[in-house]
Write a new protein. Structure first.
Length: 247
């Protein structure tokens, strides 16, 4: 593993990373003003025309590409002719999946069904849920729930959630995933996303919302990993129970 400044033209998005990237313009503006704080992780390419494939930081590479395109449109010199990178000279496919899962899970705008798809890919690659939880710094219960969501949400429901761009919690996704009928699941999602239902939930400081606020700040507390995992499991349970009652 070594640090290098690599030419932008030598870098490519991981072909196996088939996600839709959101918030690229905002991230691009942030990188443009603050710089690239964290180097990309790359490996030598085994497919494609580029020399290096990004294993962790594909979204940042897309943001840099957006910055360069904007500069070209404005008639300015393109920034980031070279990009700071950590090069993994010898990295297995399993290790690539692990790094990609950890990076993607840390993103705040990632939907539970998208996180679950990453976990499911890692599981199919031979990792246990316990191993996935360690690499993603999440509880095993959270990993299990996200995988259940990824397996059971219907494509129509996922398209609706993406189109609505709603901040859908893991608890709500689990409720939807428990409905096996395709039409009923979609109807339930439409109900949850309706303005009336969202306003009703917004106006009530439910145990779920309070638990979620604590969960978001949990990593700031100086407690042991075992205590943090136990607290996380309790908060996720509260969120799940509260979400079921609200329906």
């Amino acid at each position: 593993m070594s640090y290098k400044e690599l030419a932008f033209g030598d870098l490519q998005i991981d072909p196996k990373n088939r996600r839709q990237y959101r918030g690229i313009a905002d991230l691009g503006r942030s990188i443009g003003s603050e710089g690239l704080i964290q180097p990309l992780r790359v490996r030598y390419s085994t497919a494609g025309e580029k020399r290096y494939t990004v294993t962790a930081g594909n979204r940042r590479l897309k943001a840099i590409e957006w910055l360069r395109d904007q500069a070209a449109l404005d008639g300015k010199k393109k920034p980031f002719a070279t990009v700071p990178c950590i090069v993994d000279e010898d990295v297995s496919a399993a290790r690539v999946r692990s790094m990609r899962t950890a990076e993607n899970t840390a993103r705040e705008d990632k939907a539970p069904f998208e996180i679950g798809a990453e976990f499911l890919e890692a599981q199919r690659g031979g990792k246990s849920q316990e191993e996935i939880a360690r690499s993603a710094a999440k509880s095993q219960a959270y990993v299990s729930k996200c995988i259940a969501v990824a397996k059971n949400l219907k494509p129509e429901t996922i398209r609706l959630l993406r189109k609505a761009r709603a901040e859908t919690s893991i608890s709500v996704c689990l409720i939807l995933a428990k409905e096996p009928d395709r039409a009923k699941q979609l109807a339930l999602a439409e109900k949850i996303l309706s303005p009336q239902h969202r306003q009703k939930r917004k106006g009530t400081a439910s145990p779920s919302s309070r638990a979620r606020r604590v969960l978001e700040k949990l990593d700031r507390y100086r407690i042991s990993d075992s205590a943090r995992s136990a607290v996380r499991a309790v908060l996720e349970y509260v969120m799940g129970q509260s979400a079921e009652l609200s329906l």
